[in-house]
Design a protein around this ligand. Structure first.
Ligand SMILES: [Zn+2]
Length: 260
């Protein structure tokens, strides 16, 4: 029996490292997913900025076209000035020229404004492009790093699994199954000593008769409170043998309940 307890303790070490490693492997891609998400947002916003940029370019073209039309209108009116004969015609033409000139001025101002906008947008777009490129580069590096890390952990995991395989032959499968679950659920501690009548896993005082059964080391006993496997540890005081059959029955029920 002693050797079973020793094996369980070795196994506990292996299993808890194995579970920890599995958890780490599972967590690795998360950091990468966050970076990818950031990059996707950058790209989306870049596409939107680019659409605004194209829109401004179109509006600039329109303004230039309108400016051309206003210029032509004014030039036509100026030519007509040479052939008019009445004061009234003169006044009407003068009005047309004035209005066309005002339009021209308006369009020129608008064109200047849009050209400035376009320039600012273009600078912003270049900045965004650089940022996206650098984020992409970073993501690539991170990806490679994570892959190397993950490969390393998988190698380590394989080693632990073969260590596990070397220990378990001949051990009770049912107990192994329970033991793995305890270690998974109780953060790595599946077998603990009973010291001075107390389970050192959950610090609950155990009944004297139960402690005596643990002391014999003849079977695998589970703590009725935390379900961990118990072995008899170093004692601070000697226990009296107080036998109580009802107590033993009750404990057995509790152990089973934990694994249903
Ligand atoms: Zn316990």
């Amino acid at each position: 029996m002693q050797s079973t307890f020793e094996k369980l303790q070795q196994l506990q070490d292996i299993l808890s490292r194995k579970f920890e490693l599995e958890h780490e492997i599972h967590e690795i891609p998360r950091a990468l997913a966050k970076k990818q998400e950031l990059l996707n947002r950058l790209k989306k916003s870049y596409i939107e900025s680019n659409e605004r940029f194209e829109g401004t370019k179109r509006s600039l073209l329109n303004l230039k076209k309108e400016l051309g039309e206003a210029e032509m209108l004014r030039e036509d009116s100026e030519k007509k000035m040479d052939v008019i004969s009445t004061q009234r015609e003169y006044e009407a033409l003068e009005k047309e020229i004035k209005s066309a000139t005002e339009k021209e001025q308006y369009f020129r101002r608008e064109i200047q404004k849009e050209e400035r906008n376009l320039e600012e947008m273009s600078t912003e777009l270049k900045k965004d492009e650089e940022m996206i490129a650098s984020e992409e580069e970073e993501l690539k590096e991170e990806d490679a790093k994570i892959k190397a890390e993950s490969d390393e952990k998988h190698v380590h995991l394989k080693e632990l699994m073969s260590e596990e395989k070397a220990i378990i032959p001949g051990m009770d499968e049912d107990i192994l199954f329970k033991f793995e679950r305890i270690i998974k659920n109780k953060s790595g501690l599946g077998i603990v000593p009973v010291t001075s009548g107390v389970c050192t896993g959950c610090h609950m005082m155990l009944p004297g008769q139960f402690v005596n059964e643990v002391r014999t080391g003849e079977g695998i006993l589970f703590c009725p409170y935390c379900s961990r496997i118990l072995f008899f540890g170093e004692q601070e005081e000697v226990f009296e043998d107080t036998y109580d059959e009802d107590d033993v029955g009750g404990l057995a029920d509790l152990v089973d309940d934990d694994f249903e």
